[in-house]
Design a protein around this ligand. Structure first.
Ligand code: GDP
Length: 367
């Protein structure tokens, strides 16, 4: 049997197949006597963290450890995919530990969005989901917006104790940690790694001046995202990079909007009204009549209705319908990880479609 080689840094089994999984090392380094995985290599030489997804089981172990410690928990969510990146149940494990909620990627929202209002929305939504954070911060880890404030909040709420940073993959946790290290120290080689007991995954430790430690935990995979249904090229199209420009559609009853070929919204009943769409600016929105929608989808998926691109269209799963009656004014219809449509007035009947496995939900409007 072939002997398994382990990374001398984190102990993960070395593999050269998948860069996104633990223990990845390029084939060129496999000849060496002592092998270190790419993640540990970057960490050691550049103080750069790379997030490696972990299984739900490993994540539970990490949550248990957090529950057994006395520490501040910093929970990062992606403000563009708030519900999808939420990490349900964290508050049950954190037990008595305070949780500081950080909304990242605030740079994507239209400039007109008022932060205090957004923070109020996050507080209400968090409460509805069972979490009472000690405070809420908005940041853009990429742009460096709000970092000084979040660092101040961490200092305020940790009371000299340790800090655990948790979040789903893709919320920008690595970018956030890297930015934190840069702003806090300005110097190299400040981080070390250690094991999470019972997992193959390492935990990154960043020391505070007073002897306490900030632990960066591995990210858990967000299963309900559109990202799992498209290839890398299409992912670039649906992931917003810049401020989102809302697109407004005045729809008559029995009109349909297609979001590329990934999702669809049928406006069934409620008189003429406007729908405000918040999606990546690069994602094409196509309007058509409801009676033509099925035929158009069948003939144009991967063409006019793209992404998914031509090569991916055939294996793209069928769309599943979710029917809603909008009861409150200012309601968002959310396509998990893809974007949302705001309906300003109550009374509309809609059917929203996404591939099976991608959540569609309605919520009080974020903007
Ligand atoms: P992780 O998986 O949580 O560690 O996430 P990464 O730090 O690797 O970031 C995931 C993606 O989100 C990358 O494409 C980042 O460039 C992007 N990202 C991270 N922070 C921000 C941010 O503040 N704004 C925007 N627009 N994108 C961000």
């Amino acid at each position: 049997m072939e002997q398994q080689i382990r990374c001398i840094g984190c102990g993960a089994i070395i593999q050269s197949e998948d860069e996104t999984k633990p223990g990845y090392a390029p084939k060129s380094v496999l000849e060496k006597e002592e092998i270190i995985c790419q993640r540990c290599f970057r960490l050691k030489h550049y103080n750069e963290v790379q997030d490696i997804p972990l299984t739900d089981d490993d994540f539970l172990k990490i949550l248990h450890r957090i529950g057994q410690s006395e520490a501040l928990v910093v929970k990062i969510v992606d403000i563009f995919d708030f519900n999808g990146s939420w990490l349900p149940g964290l508050h049950r494990f954190a037990v008595n530990n305070p949780i500081l909620l950080v909304g990242n990627k605030v740079d994507l929202l239209p400039k007109s969005v008022k932060y205090p209002k957004l923070i109020h929305w996050m507080k209400q939504t968090a409460n509805d989901l069972g979490l009472k954070p000690v405070d809420i911060c908005l940041v853009s880890a990429v742009k460096g917006i709000g970092m000084a404030k979040v660092m101040e909040a961490i200092e305020t709420y940790r009371f000299g104790k340790d800090v655990y940073v948790v979040g789903c993959t893709n919320v920008g946790k690595s970018t956030f940690i890297n930015r934190l290290i840069e702003e806090a120290t300005g110097k190299g080689n400040v981080i070390t790694t250690s094991y999470f007991p019972g997992t193959t995954l390492d935990i990154i430790e960043i020391p505070f001046d007073d002897g306490a430690t900030l632990y960066d935990t591995p990210g858990i995979i967000n299963h309900h995202q559109m990202a799992h249904f498209v290839d890398k090229k299409d992912l670039k199209i649906i992931t917003p990079k810049r401020e989102i420009h809302p697109r407004v559609y005045q729809l008559n009853e029995r009109q349909t909007l297609f979001f590329g070929g990934l999702a669809r919204l049928d406006y069934i009943k409620g008189g003429r009204r406007s729908f405000v769409c918040y999606f990546s600016n690069e994602l094409l929105i196509h309007r058509t009549k409801l009676e033509k929608a099925d035929a158009l989808y069948a003939s144009q998926l991967g063409e006019l209705l793209s992404p998914p691109n031509r090569h991916y269209a055939e294996q793209f799963p069928p769309l599943e319908a979710h029917t809603f009656t909008i009861k409150e004014r200012k309601t968002d219809i959310v396509f998990s990880g893809l974007g949302w449509v705001t309906c300003n007035e109550p009374g509309a009947q809609v059917t929203a479609y996404a591939p099976k496995g991608v959540d569609i939900l309605i919520r009080k409007s974020l903007i």
